[in-house]
Write a protein that binds this ligand. Structure first.
Ligand SMILES: C[S@@+](CC[C@H](N)C(=O)[O-])C[C@H]1O[C@@H](n2cnc3c(N)ncnc32)[C@H](O)[C@@H]1O
Length: 340
């Protein structure tokens, strides 16, 4: 089964996490990596990029005068695997097909990290816009490469269970794992200290102001559907995802524009609308996911972990209502329509 969904077509994957600046492919804006902003990588720390690919992050770090090495089974197999204070495992676990090998890579990278292991992985949101074929516990892309997409909690729990250490979320799809509990605590505490007039607050404010017009342009769609649009659903979406490739930030900005209360209400009402549609579809033989149009795929993915979960929630709603008559009455009332 091929899944074709559109939102991500123009989505620029968050910049590589190690480079001093994350230059986007089109050479537009650049932004510092979280590991540098957070002070996890300092000029004094040694870095090993485990699964470095062609080594672009290593080159950037070296160009910044930092002690960096990269190892990769395909591109840099001869680099000596010497422990470093910081080890980066960036977008590696996504590409490993076998779950046991994936875990081995994580454990090995951790064994080389003297102070912090940084794990970055692609999240489920990255699936949008790709043609994917289910394979093992992940997908094959249309280029035939394997990708496992995580959600944030799944990634966190997998790291914690594999390493027996509680990771700290640094950004969507990115975790820090500290060797020393004291380092972890001082990092977490420093984060709270920084909230208020910090560099990151200032940067967020600037980003919000810079792209406010684009946030406002997708707002009508958001109000109508309770989710972000794909690039085919809203003219401004492509520019927005280019300019602000952090979905959480986009959602926070929209929340800021509409207010927390209305934001929550919009999402919950649109989710409810979808549930009503799915509940009613049960009476006319609910269609399989493949027969639903792309926009409904996106609705389902936005509000539920899977079509199956959405249908279960719709069935729960149906059984809670108790009868077809009262369900239909409820639906018509909700939409301010008179029953036929
Ligand atoms: C998507 S690339 C990421 C490269 C780089 N870290 C980056 O962020 O640009 C994934 C890399 O993981 C490497 N890789 C695959 N299996 C691996 C394993 N078992 N251990 C370490 N690296 C692995 C691949 O050779 C590939 O270069």
């Amino acid at each position: 089964m091929l899944i074709r969904i559109h939102l991500g077509k123009s989505r620029v994957r968050e910049s590589r996490m190690l480079g001093s600046v994350g230059a986007k492919p089109n050479g537009l804006a650049t932004r510092p990596s979280p590991a540098l902003v957070d002070g996890v990588i300092t000029p004094e720390t040694s870095v090993l990029d485990y699964g470095c690919g062609r080594g672009s992050d290593v080159k950037r770090l070296r160009a910044d005068g930092r002690a960096a090495n990269g190892w990769d089974p395909q591109h840099a197999p001869d680099t000596a695997l010497i422990p470093a204070q910081i080890v980066n495992l960036g977008y590696v676990v996504n590409v490993i097909e076998r779950a046991a090998e994936r875990r081995d890579a994580l454990v090995r990278a951790w064994s080389l990290a003297e102070r912090v292991l940084i794990v970055t992985a692609r999240l489920k949101f990255d699936m949008l816009g790709q043609e994917l074929k289910p394979f093992e516990d992940g997908y094959l892309t249309n280029r035939g490469t394997f990708q496992k997409f995580y959600d944030q909690v799944e990634l966190r729990d997998w790291i914690a269970a594999s390493l027996d250490v509680q990771p700290v979320a640094a950004a969507p799809g990115m975790f820090y794992i500290f060797r020393q509990a004291a380092d972890r605590e001082s990092f977490v505490a420093s984060r709270h200290r920084r909230s208020g007039g910090s560099w990151s607050c200032y940067a967020s404010e600037r980003l919000f102001k810079e792209h406010r017009g684009l946030f406002e342009a997708v707002l009508p769609f958001f109000c109508q559907r309770g989710r972000l649009p794909s690039i085919t659903e809203c003219g401004a979406a492509a520019a927005l995802y280019e300019g602000v490739p952090r979905l959480n930030f986009i959602l926070e900005s929209i929340e800021r524009l509409v207010g927390a209360e209305d934001y929550g209400r919009i999402v919950s009402e649109r989710r409810q609308d979808l549930l009503v549609y799915l509940a009613l579809s049960r009476f006319s033989k609910r269609p399989p996911l493949q027969r639903l149009p792309d926009d409904l795929h996106l609705d389902i993915r936005s509000f539920f972990p899977s079509y199956h979960a959405a249908c279960s929630a719709a069935d729960d709603l149906l059984f809670a209502v108790g009868s077809r008559d009262s369900l239909e009455k409820g639906c018509f009332c909700q939409r301010n329509l008179a029953p036929l």
